[in-house]
Design a protein around this ligand. Structure first.
Ligand code: B12
Length: 453
């Protein structure tokens, strides 16, 4: 009887919420640094940066408002005409679950921007006070349209044109806006989760698994699916967490340092941080490695979990209780000409190898040279030094995460064919950062390999 009463009482208690970690000061410094980077007008506004500022424990409301304005300008400008067309489309259909017919706009032939639009919509939902519905309605319709385009573009292959990560973000954003999606859309994610299709080449699947698990958690919480599907989502979410815990590394990470914050969000969103020692171990590992988050994009992905928040909290912002106390830390000013500084540290030599295992390349190894560079130089600097040496060419494309290597020796990695230039250190360790962030050491061999994912 007593046992029964105790059980009843426990079931009536509110679920234990996830607390922000003890080392609040270090996390606050990271938030201040992100704010400093956000205030730099030379940087393109990024919705995940805005989300990280909004999900923090303290704020700079003036600067957040200013950043939102910049985001609006960028996205309004980006979608311009198409937004209007989508608005008309929405009015014509009136359907709550409109699967948008292809609008005749200039954006027609473009690659679906599922992930970026999803993040922007999540950002809009995080504003205080919430923005007007009319502004969001057409964006929601566009996101639904992108989800369909994303899938139909590669239906034969059973994966979205962009990636399951972006597809998961799309479903998550619609859910946080309490918009229903067709059951089939959710089933695509369930099937992919079931058949372990989230790995990108030989990279880790953790980021994607976590984003998809967040989408599942949201759909269940918002009761946007029927009982049968809800049970399947609960089971899938459980499996994702189980796999993460089983694969947790000795040093505490889920996947690597950059995917760990996403995994932590899953524990936070499902209120299971208190019951899993894996959670505290991973949080401790993250707090010991805050230096790894040196770019605005990686900081933005890490901060929500470090503040004990998940993207599901976007749906229930407490506008009245926000502390307006965050001050920016200026990003370290770059020396006018870094070359003399680097030279003062001495020189190093790096071996640069280019491999193309594809049939279109007559020989597998296309380049193999020693490249002298100043010590402390980034891989990007090494590539520039190799180009200056002659016989080597490369191109990068600016992304929110920094420069992305797109072409080497005239060979372009093709998005449509899911090929990319993978960065490795010999013998075969895939780098965990991009060309601008990675700093090779003297004598290291770096491999650029055209790979499929
Ligand atoms: C999907 C994905 C890929 C795909 C991208 C292609 C595609 N069509 O989607 C592939 C498999 C090609 C890829 C490659 C790489 N990736 Co990747 N990728 C991701 C993932 C899972 C999702 C990215 C995304 O869609 N974001 C959402 C959209 C809306 O944002 P976006 O800015 O428009 O996204 C584009 C860029 O992010 C770019 N991109 C993808 N990865 C990387 C990595 C770097 C360093 C840069 C500059 C750009 C970039 O491709 C995206 C799609 O166009 C993230 C996970 C995460 N936590 O962010 C990892 C992630 C961004 N990748 C990472 C890494 C390390 C790489 C590689 C450097 C791995 C390697 N050793 O070669 C390479 C990039 C090499 C190069 N050529 O410059 C790290 C970056 C960590 C960091 N310090 O910044 C992440 C965070 C994964 C992780 N947990 O370690 N990636």
């Amino acid at each position: 009887m007593w046992l029964l009463l105790a059980l009843l009482q426990a079931s009536l208690l509110p679920a234990q919420l996830c607390e922000a970690p003890e080392q609040g000061a270090a996390v606050r410094v990271l938030s201040s640094r992100l704010l400093g980077l956000a205030m730099d007008p030379a940087r393109d506004p990024d919705p995940s940066v805005y989300l990280a500022l909004r999900l923090a424990s303290d704020h700079n409301l003036q600067e957040e408002k200013h950043y939102l304005g910049r985001l609006r300008d960028a996205f309004q400008h980006r979608y311009g005409r198409s937004l209007q067309a989508a608005g008309q489309l929405h009015a014509a259909h009136h359907a709550q679950d409109a699967v948008a017919t292809k609008p005749n706009t200039s954006a027609e032939a473009e690659w679906p921007e599922t992930g970026r639009l999803a993040l922007y919509l999540l950002g809009l939902r995080a504003t205080c006070p919430p923005p007007e519905h009319s502004h969001q309605r057409s964006l929601v319709t566009w996101l639904k349209y992108y989800l369909e385009e994303d899938w139909s573009g590669s239906r034969r292959h059973g994966h979205p044109l962009t990636s399951f990560y972006q597809y998961g973000l799309g479903v998550l954003a619609l859910c946080v806006h309490r918009k229903r999606v067709r059951e089939e859309v959710i089933r695509r994610l369930l099937a992919a989760e079931h058949h372990a299709k989230f790995r990108h080449g030989n990279g880790s699947a953790t980021d994607t698994e976590a984003v998809v698990a967040l989408a599942f958690a949201c759909l269940k919480r918002e009761k946007l699916v029927g009982a049968g599907l809800a049970a399947e989502l609960r089971e899938a979410k459980h499996q994702v967490k189980k796999r993460m815990v089983e694969a947790q590394s000795e040093d505490g990470f889920f996947g690597n340092v950059y995917s760990t914050p996403w995994a932590l969000q899953v524990f936070i969103a499902t209120n299971t941080c208190g019951t899993h020692s894996a959670y505290s171990k991973a949080m401790a590992a993250l707090l010991e490695n805050l230096d790894a988050f040196s770019t605005a994009a990686t900081m933005a992905q890490a901060l929500p979990a470090l503040h004990g928040r998940s993207y599901l909290d976007i749906g229930s912002m407490h506008c009245e209780e926000e502390l307006d106390t965050l001050t920016p830390i200026d990003p370290a000013p770059l020396p006018i000409d870094p070359a003399p500084l680097l030279e003062a540290w001495g020189n190093m030599t790096v071996r640069l190898v280019v491999e193309c295992p594809e049939p279109r390349c007559h020989q597998g190894r296309l380049y193999d040279q020693q490249v002298p560079a100043p010590a402390g130089a980034s891989l990007l600097d090494v590539l520039r030094a190799a180009a200056a040496q002659g016989d080597f060419t490369f191109e990068t494309q600016e992304t929110l995460l920094g420069p992305y290597l797109t072409r080497v020796l005239g060979l372009e990695a093709q998005q449509q064919k899911r090929s990319y230039w993978q960065l490795l250190t010999a013998p075969s360790t895939s780098l965990q950062m991009g060309v601008a962030e990675y700093r090779p050491h003297d004598g290291e061999t770096l491999i650029l390999r055209l790979t499929h994912w």
